[in-house]
Design a protein around this ligand. Structure first.
Ligand SMILES: Nc1ncnc2c1ncn2[C@@H]1O[C@H](COP(=O)(O)OP(=O)(O)OP(=O)(O)O)[C@@H](O)[C@H]1O
Ligand SMILES: [Mg+2]
Length: 209
C-alpha cells in the first residue's frame, strides 16, 4: 500500500559509476538554493545499523554470499533507514533524495542475480512499510564507462567486482523496470557531462516536485 505523505521521496539509481552520488549532492543543493527543504540518504546506509549492514554487503572478503542473503540484508538495512530517517523526514514535509533504493535490489539480485523481481518488489514494500518513491531517476550509461569511472575512485567492492555479464544484466534490468512503469521512473543519459545530467534530472524531478 502506498501512503500519501507531505514530503517528496526521490531516488537516483543506476549501474556502477553512473554518477548517482555526485548527482544526489547536486540535486539537494539545487533544491535548497530554490528554497526547498531537502535532505539526502544513501542506501544501504545512513543509520548506524544500516551502515554496519552496508559494510557486510560490500566486504570483498565475503565473496560467496548468496543472492537471497543479500536481498534480506539490503531490506533489513532499508527498513531501518526508512523508519529512522525517511518516514520522519517525509512526515514533516522534506524532500528526501536517496542514493539507490529497492530498484537496485531488483536490478542486482533480481534481473542479474536470478531472484524473481516481483518477489523483491513485494519484500521492498514490506520492509519499507508503504513508503515508496514518488519518482526514481535511472542514470543510464554503458557498463564499461561506469566501471571505469568507479575504478578511478577506489578498489572495486564486493558487488562491483562481479563480471561484465552480471553488470550488463543489471543495466538492462534498470531499463526494463523503467520501461514497465514510466509514471514513476525516468531515464537520464548519464554519459553526458555532469551539468547536463543534473539538468536532465531537474527536468524529470519537476514532474513530482
Ligand atoms: N557525468 C559525469 N561524467 C564524467 N565523470 C563523472 C560524471 N559524473 C560523475 N563522474 C565521476 O565518476 C566517478 C563516479 O561518480 P559517482 O561516485 O557519483 O557515481 P556512483 O553512481 O555514485 O558510483 P557507485 O555506483 O560506485 O556508487 C566520480 O569520480 C565522479 O567524479
Ligand atoms: Mg555512489
Amino acid at each position: 500500500m502506498t501512503e500519501t505523505r507531505r514530503g517528496c521521496f526521490l531516488v537516483l539509481d543506476g549501474p556502477e559509476g553512473a554518477g548517482k552520488t555526485t548527482q544526489v549532492q547536486r540535486l539537494v543543493q539545487r533544491l535548497r538554493d530554490a528554497g526547498r527543504k531537502a535532505t539526502s540518504v544513501r542506501d544501504p546506509g545512513s543509520t548506524p545499523v544500516s551502515e554496519r549492514i552496508r559494510e557486510v554487503l560490500l566486504d570483498r572478503r565475503l565473496p560467496e554470499m548468496g543472492a537471497r542473503t543479500e536481498v534480506f540484508l539490503y531490506m533489513a538495512s532499508r527498513a531501518e533507514m526508512v523508519v529512522r530517517i525517511v518516514r520522519p523526514a517525509l512526515d514533516v514535509g522534506l524532500i528526501v533524495v536517496c542514493d539507490r533504493f529497492v530498484s537496485s535490489t531488483v536490478a542486482y539480485q533480481g534481473y542479474a542475480g536470478g531472484i524473481d523481481p516481483e518477489l523483491i518488489w513485494d519484500l521492498g514494500r514490506t520492509a519499507c512499510g508503504g513508503i515508496e518513491p514518488n519518482l526514481t531517476v535511472i542514470l543510464d550509461l554503458p557498463v564499461e564507462e561506469g566501471l571505469a569511472r568507479a575504478r578511478r575512485l577506489a578498489e572495486p567492492d564486493r558487488i562491483e567486482a562481479k563480471d561484465q555479464t552480471f553488470h550488463e544484466k543489471v543495466r538492462q534490468g534498470f531499463l526494463s523496470m523503467a520501461e514497465a512503469r514510466p509514471q514513476v521512473f525516468a531515464v537520464v543519459d548519464a554519459s553526458q557531462p555532469p551539468d547536463a545530467v543534473a539538468e536532465a534530472i531537474w527536468e524529470a524531478a519537476k514532474r513530482v516536485l
